[in-house]
Write a protein that binds this ligand. Structure first.
Ligand code: HEM
Length: 561
């Protein structure tokens, strides 16, 4: 009796395991067949790339790798397969492009402007701001935001850039004689500058909330970085049960709390001023150019030439000095034009744009300036040439830089551009295709629905466009070397209609910040480039830290061998 009972119990137990297993296997088989028959899969497999395994595609290739190892993994595949490489992350097709002709097809298009799904991690923070919005909304907002970065408005920020650069120099005094991470200082300075230029919050008017905001921006960037390289954090359901989610909520309360508070108080001030008969100048008035202004060749920056083939909506330095104009932060400009009816932005949309500018303008320039200082610390002869140029402009004086001075910093500008070539702060750009695209390489067709990753870092290091691409050489940006180079072989700020609106702002700020530091300190770095441990999440950084030493500068010209 007992043995009969045991046998039927075992049979029940086997059935309990067998049927669910059969169901799961059948489902996986159906999924696999569906995957194999899908258009994305079939067209994707016509592109070069590593062997795939069922369900995972190529996702396992990145499994167990540290974020700093992923850069080498990705570069290894690019070396093996060439300028077009496909990979499957499960059912998702990702195509990496590293040829300027192919990249131009995507970036120069008015159609392929949608960001890839990875950008959704920014949504709780930036909402539908310029970085992630698309379609009509993006086009409308871009039309409103681009003029607020007009060169005349940027000129009015020169004092802010100078004052904050001076603050950095003072803070750096405590680092003399030590080895320290210069990125911390660049990050703080960048947020301070942004608080003032984007929101009009100065050190004087800033209370604790300004400092908390700066800290929250830095920590939010960190959480988003984690979501990019920790695979499981990509799923909202999992992310929402981790401590990161709670931390994110708190940080967003601080960030949005301050932006909302500032918008409210700025609007109130606007109405009070209006009642007293004071109307601030409009964007049109601030950016109006004088027809008699002649474009002198001396007023062109190196980047005016480098970026002239970008076909974007940013103006050039096409005028002489416009004289003293009132300084208005981006937020003031947006409020003013919303109130006078020039734009239809709601307070909520203005908040999203200000938050976007705070994010985009922060980590990018902090990383960019840190790379420049470390590279100059390594290449002393190049640093000497930069200093000699600064000495010619400023002598031994301590006077702040003017906009006209920045136009004379041609060698420094080449150094910045070269640093952005070798270490582009945004190392890749990702787009989602809504329709098929034929690219120049082998007439390959990239199918609708795939994600295109433009491998800026790889293009910038291609021997096809740069002689000795792994050597730091600011002369790569001499006119004779730039004139015949493919425009899309240099895209640190992206290019085309969706290029970085902050490009001119960034270059002007970098010139003032870096020139002020270099007039006061000599940089020394004993970590060669070969030992940089690059970490590419959203922004390219060094996981080994931006270690630097500084010495007070002896203000005399340096003999360059
Ligand atoms: C060295 C500094 C910077 C670099 C290398 C850089 C690079 C870039 C790149 C590559 C993009 C395109 C991103 C993409 O398509 O995924 C972008 C977009 C953008 N950047 Fe920058 N950026 C810098 C500084 C700034 C600054 C200082 C600001 C503002 C103050 C800014 C504001 C923006 C905005 C708003 C967008 C979105 C534009 C759009 O989609 O229409 N950036 N930036």
């Amino acid at each position: 009796m007992a043995s009969i009972f045991d046998t039927s119990h075992e049979a029940n137990y086997s059935r309990l395991i067998f049927y669910p297993l059969l169901l799961v296997t059948s489902l996986l088989w159906i999924l696999h067949r569906w995957q194999k028959n899908s258009r994305l899969y079939q067209l994707g497999h016509l592109l070069p790339g590593p062997e795939t395994v069922p369900f995972f595609g190529n996702a396992l290739l990145a499994f167990g790798k540290r974020p700093d190892q992923l850069v080498d993994v990705a570069l290894g595949y690019a070396d093996k397969y060439g300028s077009v490489v496909r990979g499957f992350l499960g059912t998702k097709l990702v195509v990496f492009l590293a040829d300027a002709d192919d990249v131009e097809v995507i970036l120069n298009s008015q159609v392929h402007i949608d960001k890839s799904s990875e950008y959704r991690f920014f949504k709780p923070w930036l909402g539908e701001g310029l970085l992630i919005s698309t379609g009509k909304k993006w086009r409308y907002h871009r039309k409103i935001i681009a003029p607020t970065f007009h060169i005349n408005i940027l000129k009015s920020f020169v004092d802010v850039f100078n004052q904050n650069s001076k603050n950095v120099v003072e803070k750096l005094q405590s680092e003399v004689g030590k080895t320290f991470d210069v990125h911390d200082h660049m990050s703080t300075a960048t947020v301070d500058i942004l608080l003032e230029t984007a929101m009009g919050i100065t050190r004087k008017t800033q209370d604790e909330s300004g400092f908390d905001y700066a800290m929250a921006v830095m920590k939010m960037c960190n959480i988003i970085h984690q979501r990019h390289y920790k695979f499981w954090l990509r799923f909202d359901a999992l992310f929402n049960i981790t401590p990161f989610f709670k931390q994110q909520q708190k940080l967003l309360d601080i960030i949005h709390g301050l932006t909302n508070k500032v918008i409210k108080s700025k609007k109130q001030t606007y109405f009070e001023n209006k009642a007293r008969g004071f109307i601030p100048p409009t964007i049109e008035e601030l950016t109006r150019t004088n027809d008699n202004d002649v474009l002198a060749n001396d007023n062109k920056t190196v980047s005016d030439t480098v970026f002239k083939g970008y076909r974007d909506d940013l103006d050039f330095n096409d005028e002489n000095d416009i004289g003293e104009k009132k300084r208005l932060a981006f937020l003031d400009l947006m409020i003013e034009s919303a109130q006078n009816g020039t734009n239809q932005l709601t307070d909520h949309e203005i908040k999203e744009e200000v938050d976007t500018i705070m994010f985009e303008g922060h980590d990018t320039t902090a990383a960019g300036s840190s790379f420049v200082l470390c590279l100059l610390g390594i290449y002393k002869d190049i640093q000497a040439k930069v200093y000699n140029e600064l000495y010619e402009i400023f002598g031994a004086s301590d006077r702040p830089a003017t906009f006209a001075d920045t136009l004379q910093m041609k060698y420094l500008e080449r150094v910045i551009l070269e640093s952005l070539r070798m270490y582009p702060p945004v190392p890749v750009i990702a787009r989602k295709l809504n329709s098929d695209v034929k690219i120049a390489t082998n007439n390959y067709v990239l199918p609708a629905g795939c994600t295109v990753v433009i491998a800026t870092y790889k293009i910038h290091r291609s021997p096809k466009y740069y002689k000795d691409p792994d050597t730091f050489n600011p002369d790569n940006f001499l006119p004779e070397n730039t004139s015949n180079r493919h425009y899309y072989s240099y895209i640190p700020f992206s290019a085309g209609p969706r290029s970085c609106v902050g490009r001119k702002y960034a270059l002007l700020k970098l010139k003032i910040l870096l020139s002020t530091i270099l007039r006061n300190y000599e940089c020394v770095s004993d970590v060669p480039e070969s030992e940089f441990k690059l970490l590419a999440d959203i922004i390219l950084k060094r996981s080994d830290g931006f270690r630097l030493q500084i010495r007070p500068r002896v203000r005399t010209p340096i003999n360059v061998a």
